[in-house]
Design a protein around this ligand. Structure first.
Ligand code: VG1
Ligand code: CO
Length: 544
């Protein structure tokens, strides 16, 4: 095998964000752009001679081409074995599953997750480590530093490989195995959940289901597991064929973008459970008939009920949520007498807690939930969790959640996103808020008295690493809270997120309209942050 060493020069913008490096396809296809980043990863990893790596992506535009480049670079950098999902495809949780199961050194996941795909849209790449989870900041910072000094990269002069046929190709030094993307993942799910119970509920019609794969990666997974294996009616999986541009949509499972599912679930004859996943299969949205489960409630309900499911029957070690996620799961943890950790936004911060066996379950308000079975959030896993739960409790999704509120109280919760904001305006809002922090504690705004106000800083309890400036938190003495932060996954301008929550113990007040119930807090957020005034935007672009 002939290995070429090619000269290159650094790109200044290869700093990974919340979840890997995400850029417009047009940025990624600049000369050597992808190659520079991949070589920076190899240079940072050091000796990978003879090691196994996993490779796959969500199937978006440029996935195939990028996979071929990475295979050639892996060969040139001494990798011993590459496991590649057939067609270059792997959902993010399935990639994590493969890394763990086959004891790989790590893997490349090609995805820009919930961002749109296509020649004018987004692409992304991230490296996951030996535990199957996203690289920690120490590694991504080192990769970035390397990318700023890179002068050459290595690539094997070999033709493109056939990624569509299952099987192994032994090249000189490296073996490339094209593997079934679904099989190992499906097997893992079977260990965690009561498949025979779910199957009988689905085949007898006790439970019906609609899963919207949004033309993204989970289509083949959902069809194989939900329809073929568990007997959900054919057609239960909609938009199940992955497309390079996700059919022109945003593969983001929320009420705005998963509108086909939302219309079905609020219409006549809605199925028992409605669910959707995102571009790379790590997010989930859960709905019942005429009922939407907020992701923050979902993780809380899961924590309270996990012991009812086979994979979690021995109980939970602890739980964790990202800082902006509502405090609903904290209440469950307190009642159960287990620890609850508050981490910065992004799945990479859960990795150490899971590895150190401090937690079993974790979640984010951004439609992400997961457990110690892999080191990524896992969309289909969450759907199976809810299916299993509904089958065990023989109640509707709405009844399960309402009972939960009765027991623990309800955390009304909403996130207001201002996308495509001018970067300077976004940074201006954050600076303006930061400036007010010292004076806020103790001040009253109507019924809201500030209990604490800070810029969230996290010290990892396992390795002691510190992550600063993770978002402005303003907490009130009645348990309400607002959080402001700038997104780290966007590819254009800034996205400012405002997270709002208000706790209500009284069951008589558990059926209010969320936006109405939060109206005072929403107004106060504008008073303190001046988002509309500073950005000139009149309203949020997305409300979840
Ligand atoms: C967003 C979410 C965050 C999530 C991240 C990756 O990040 O808020 O909770 O972990 O996306 O999800 P940000 O920085 O834009 O707020 V995925 O499914 O896009 O990999
Ligand atoms: Co995702």
């Amino acid at each position: 095998m002939q290995i070429e060493t090619r000269k290159t020069t650094p790109y200044s913008d290869q700093k990974p964000g919340t979840s890997g490096l995400r850029k417009k396809v047009k940025v990624f296809t600049q000369e050597n752009y992808l190659e520079n980043f991949v070589q920076s990863v190899f240079d940072t990893l050091g000796d990978v001679a003879g090691q196994t790596l996993v490779l796959g992506g969500d199937g978006r535009y440029f996935n195939r081409q990028a996979a071929q480049t990475i295979i050639k670079m892996a060969a040139a950098n001494g990798v011993g074995r590459l496991l590649v999902g057939q067609g270059g495809l792997l959902s993010t949780p399935a990639a994590s599953c493969l890394i763990r199961k086959y004891k790989a050194h790590g893997g490349f996941v090609l995805s820009a997750s919930h961002n749109p795909g296509g020649p004018d849209e987004d692409f992304g790449i991230k490296y996951n480590g030996i535990n199957g989870g996203p690289a920690p900041e120490s590694l991504t910072n080192a990769v970035y530093a390397r990318s700023q000094a890179i002068t050459e990269y290595k690539i094997a002069a070999i033709p493109d490989l056939d990624l569509d046929t299952l099987g192994e190709t032994a090249l000189d030094g490296i073996t490339v195995a094209v593997v079934d993307p679904v099989g190992d993942y499906a097997q893992l799910m079977e260990h965690l959940f009561d498949f025979s119970l779910i199957k009988s509920a689905l085949t007898t019609g006790a439970i019906s289901l609609c899963f919207d794969a949004m033309h993204a990666i989970t289509g083949p997974y959902a069809k194989r597991i939900l329809e073929d294996r568990l007997g959900a009616m054919p057609g239960s999986v909609i938009n199940g064929v992955p497309l390079e541009d996700f059919g022109g949509g945003h593969p983001d499972p929320n009420l705005v973008y998963a509108h086909e599912l939302a219309a079905l679930m609020y219409g006549p004859g809605a199925p028992t459970l409605g669910a959707a996943s995102d571009g790379d299969g790590d997010r989930n949205m859960i709905m019942g008939s005429k009922f939407f489960v907020t992701p923050s409630d979902s993780v809380a309900v899961m924590a309270a009920n996990a012991h009812l499911l086979p994979g979690y029957k021995s109980g939970l070690r602890g739980v964790a949520r990202s800082m902006p996620t509502s405090q609903a799961v904290d209440r469950v943890a307190a009642a159960m007498g287990i620890d609850c950790y508050e981490t910065p936004t992004g799945w990479k911060f859960f990795g150490n807690l899971l590895d150190a066996r401090k937690i079993t379950l974790c979640g984010e308000e951004s439609f992400g939930t997961g457990s110690d079975h892999v080191r990524e959030k896992d969309g289909l896993w969450a759907v199976l969790f809810w299916l299993n739960l509904v089958a065990v409790r023989k109640q509707s999704v709405a009844d399960i959640v309402k009972e939960h509120w009765k027991k623990f109280g309800r955390d009304y919760y909403s996130r207001h996103d201002y996308e495509g904001m001018d970067l300077a305006a976004g940074e201006g809002v954050m600076a303006h808020l930061r400036g007010q922090l010292p004076d806020l504690p103790g001040r009253s705004f109507g019924a809201y008295k500030v209990a604490f106000a800070d810029d969230f800083s996290y010290t990892d309890p396992v390795d002691g690493s510190v992550s600063d400036k993770q978002g402005i938190r303003i907490g009130f003495d009645n348990g309400s809270r607002m959080v402001f932060r700038l997104s780290g996954t966007g590819t254009e301008g800034a996205t400012l997120r405002i997270y709002l929550e208000r706790y209500e113990r009284d069951p008589a007040l558990h059926n209010q309209d969320t936006q109405v119930f939060l109206a005072d807090l929403i107004a106060l957020a504008e008073q303190l942050g001046g988002v509309k005034q500073r950005s000139g935007m009149v309203a949020p672009t997305v409300i979840t």
